[in-house]
Each structure stands twice: as C-alpha cells, then as structure tokens.
Ligand binder design. Structure first.
Ligand code: IYR
Length: 236
C-alpha cells in the first residue's frame, strides 16, 4: 500500500484548469449538539484577552504551529492563500524587531499619530515601550503576499488580500486562545522594517506582529466591556 499519510499533497499554483469537484459530506450535526457547542464556544471566546505583559516561559512550539496551520485553512480571494507566517523564536531577532518597532512607535506616540488617535488610545494606556516583543517566547509575524511571481518572472495579482489575511489572523488568534495561549495583535507603523529584518521578498508586506506566550504572573488587562449581541446584531 502506498504511504499516503506521510506525504500530504503539496499546493502548486493552478494554471487556469478547473478544480476537480470532490464529494463534501461532513455529516449533519444535530441541533442540540450544535447549540451546546456554540454556547460553549462563545463563552470560551469571551475569555480571550489581548495580553501586553508576557511571561518568558516557553510555549509548546507545536501548539503555535498547529494554530498557524488552522489560520492557513482560512478562505481567501480566488483561493490564492496570500499569506506567510514567520515564527520568530530567536531572541536576537526578537530584540532587533523590538528595537526597530520602538523606534517607529516613539515617533508615532510623540505626535505622528495625531491628537485624535492618541486620545483614542489613552484609555488603553499603550505606549512606545514594546517589552512584549522580547518577553514573549515567540512572535508570529504575518505577511500579506500582495502579488505572486510566476516561474517566468511575471507578476500576478492577488485578490482581497486584506480581507483574506484578516480572516486568517482572526482564525490564528482564536486557535491560539482555544489552545491555551495568550497573544497580542501588534501593528507597529510603518512596518517596512519587518521585511528587511526577516529577509522577506518584495511581494510580501507585513500585516501584524503577534507575540505569543503565557500572561506574566502580574499581568493586568483593562476592565473592558464588549458590545452586547443586541448592540452588534441587526435581524431583518
Ligand atoms: N501601533 C501602536 C498604536 C496602537 C494603535 C491602535 I488602533 C491600538 O489599538 C493599539 C496601539 C502600538 O502598538 O502601540
């Protein structure tokens, strides 16, 4: 028997040929079971918090890789999967990312953001010090592939890149949380330095830096209130 389990099929770009339809029969989940799952899931997701104070304790690397694998199942424009996830464990590289991010953030907090934006951030108490970059044992840096380059060097457009990568990042944050890890979605701005520090190609643009770890023992989070369902849901 061929050992198919060991070698999953590798994705290769399509050349315009239609996908072969394959049966999809996931089985119908009984409504009662669905209700039990949805109620539990919404409770579990409500426990997710953005963490800015991380313990330096290591995390199981496979959990982070599994969460990235979950993210990479996201739907994407024309199924082009326009994302790259860079998992940064090396403390020296994390230090360089922190240094470059803090350089940009200092300029931002010193006025580049503008008064209205700074006022919006004030309740959260964020500032230009980004110790989470070096405290958390891992950073997942997410890049958008703005286009792809064919074998002959021609550029091909990707579609709905912001939406696709945004959905993937949402799935990543959910997977990390449900697996028991804490994370922060951090968007240093501008983020150009990430392509250089991480040696990524021209077609990739940094989307977010996501420190991953466990909350520090003295971690506090703001006492936020989320909008209730009736504040966010319109039924017609
Ligand atoms: N990128 C900056 C500023 C910042 C902006 C928003 I909008 C936030 O929700 C939080 C922070 C920073 O990371 O501090």
């Amino acid at each position: 028997m061929p050992d198919t389990a060991a070698t999953p099929p590798q994705w290769t770009p399509t050349h315009g040929e239609p996908y072969r339809p394959v049966p999809y029969r996931p089985g119908r989940t009984p409504a009662e079971e669905s209700l039990a799952r949805s109620a539990q899931l919404s409770r579990r997701m409500a426990e997710r918090r953005t963490v800015r104070r991380f313990s330096a304790d290591p995390v199981p690397e496979q959990v982070v890789k599994d969460a990235i694998a979950c993210a990479a199942t996201a739907p994407s424009g024309a199924h082009q999967q326009p994302w790259t996830f860079v998992l940064v464990k090396d403390p020296e590289v994390r230090r360089r990312i922190r240094e470059a991010a803090e350089h940009e953030e200092k300029i931002s907090y010193d006025g580049r953001l503008g008064e209205e934006w700074l006022a919006a951030l004030r309740p959260l108490g964020t500032d230009a010090v980004k110790s989470h970059m070096t405290d958390a044992p891992a950073l997942v840096v997410v890049f958008q592939q703005r286009y792809w380059v064919g074998e002959d060097g021609t550029r091909h457009k990707h579609y709905y890149v912001d939406e696709s990568v945004g959905i993937a990042v949402g799935m990543l944050l959910s997977a990390l949380h449900l697996s028991g890890l804490a994370a922060l979605i951090h968007t240093p701005s501008p983020m150009r330095f990430l392509r250089e520090v991480l040696d990524r190609p021209e077609n990739e643009k940094a989307f977010a830096v996501i420190p991953v770890g466990y909350p520090a023992d003295d971690c506090h989070v703001p006492d936020l209130v989320r909008k209730s369902l009736d504040q966010v849901l319109v039924e017609i």
